[in-house]
Design a protein around this ligand. Sequence first.
Ligand SMILES: Cc1cc2nc3c(=O)[nH]c(=O)nc-3n(C[C@H](O)[C@H](O)[C@H](O)COP(=O)(O)OP(=O)(O)OC[C@H]3O[C@@H](n4cnc5c(N)ncnc54)[C@H](O)[C@@H]3O)c2cc1C
Length: 291
Amino acid sequence: MKEVTPQVELIAETKMDFEHLQSYLDSIGATEYEPQATESDGESLVMAAGKACYRSWQPGLNPNVTRTRHDARDYIGNIINTGHGSVLEHSSVSFLIYNVSRVFTHELVRHRVGTAFSQESLRFVRLVDIDFWIPQILKDEDNEAGEGVALIKEAVEYLESVQEKLAKIYEIDERKSFAIKKKLTSAFRRIAPIGVATCIVFSMNLRTARHLIPLRTSRHSEEEIRLVFSQIAEILIERFPHIFQDFHSRRVGGYKEWYAENASQPYDKSDYELRNLERQIEKMEDSTGDD
Ligand SMILES: Cc1cc2nc3c(=O)[nH]c(=O)nc-3n(C[C@H](O)[C@H](O)[C@H](O)COP(=O)(O)OP(=O)(O)OC[C@H]3O[C@@H](n4cnc5c(N)ncnc54)[C@H](O)[C@@H]3O)c2cc1C
């Protein structure tokens, strides 16, 4: 058994094609619009999508628009404030998340909207070594002799040896048929612990990211998913500062708990529900459209 820690890598994100955007802008006579150099492509796309809605690239293109915002922070801040969240769906990110358990992946794949998943197949990939993350709570609350963690390691090592023994008993390496190998591999995985470390490629759009970060870093979420989503939050908030401009954190139970001023849904009734409802009603009353 090898003890591991959950890891997150941002492996892909939305890229703009400014040349083709310019072709469109030329066709409508929008000569003044220039994406800001400080924006990430994902944020430029959100702005472009929003501006396409109202033809608000510059004043005069739409006679109803006399004033336009160009500063990304102001523009995207207004989108978030007014709840025009669908434009955030154009930009997406992909993570490779590894050294995570099937406890984590099972919770992650419950998120259906704006997500995509490709999970390591334990039907194909035979378990030899079992890598395992030991939750901090099991270390913090262990007895002085450390018997809890020792027992866990012993159990995982035993299950690892069972995999090896099963492979020998069923002579899996000698099998010619890949179909049989696959069936046996899939059958053996039933004896692996649910904490076995594995990997998953996880993509989501940035509207979904705004929904999931508060939900999955909340104190009410499981330790491993909090640990992973606190890494995701750090990466995305740095990469897309305008889209996450209203995010704040506080430390609860050893991890950062993130919350959004303009959350689409309240996460902690006592703290946010009333505040958010009041704010949403105010905004609906004040909202005058894009710019
Ligand atoms: C702290 C915590 C504890 C949990 N405990 C359990 C548990 O004990 N057992 C269990 O089974 N699950 C549990 N879950 C998982 C939870 O029930 C959800 O399945 C999971 O969080 C997915 O989130 P979501 O509903 O926001 O869906 P997502 O797929 O992330 O969807 C995003 C949003 O889109 C909207 N939406 C999505 N689908 C629909 C739809 N079909 N109709 C209408 N609107 C929709 C909703 O507004 C939803 O919030 C827990 C989750 C958390 C965070």
